[in-house]
Write a new protein. Sequence first.
Length: 276
Amino acid sequence: MYCFFRTYAKFLLLFFDFFAYFVKFLYFCSVKVQIMAIGNVTPDSFYASSRLADTEHVLAWAEGALADGASILDIGGCSTRPGSTPASEEEEWHRVAPALEALRHAYPEASLSLDTFRPEIARRALNQFGTMIINDISGGCDAMYEVVREYRAPYIWTLRGDLELPKKMPQLCEMEGLILDPGFGFIGSTEGDYACMRHIDELRAYGKPILVGVSRKSMVWRPLGLTPDTCLMPTQALQLYAIEHGATIIRTHDVKETKQTIELCNSLLLTSDSKM
């Protein structure tokens, strides 16, 4: 009798292991992880290699990013790094407008994203250059919500660590084209960033795409005594964790390496355990 129950227990454990793998398999087959490439037409973004001095550099960056596997090109014209002085609204527009125009002309099929927290910048870009994602790190305001609704633009809602916010604002969570961003780097502390990272899978309940942007941020390099220039590998480790826990868009400075991380995650989730 003891041997019977022991064998039955082993069978149950094997069954639940297989079931957990099958659920992961179904999830990963149903969701394609996209890569959003980061480009900044600013002189002061925290990671110098992302700075694009002119449209020639913008086009070269876009060509490389798309070739390496990016499906979204994200352009920003106002640095939001800690301690920076925001560019004026007109300066931001003079930076992003030529970049967006050049990208629309050279890569009309590419998905564009505009990194801005200013409703009027978003409105002018959507009016002049057509549909694009509005990537708003501020968490949003009524004026911005009005713009993205008017133009039916996909909108990245930065939650700044409050993963319960979609429950508190269900009317916004119902917005067409909404993308949820936990807001790493804008939560207030490294400890807060990691506490949020441990719970990002809770965002799956809302049925929206989940964007994670940890690329070369201080939450990666500061605990390790590194710099933005030397934290590529730790960035990939966190991105791998994020993908395993529900991220469907990875915003990154390093497209080629992120593509490799996604492929590795594919193998991790879709290859059965040797014991099975």
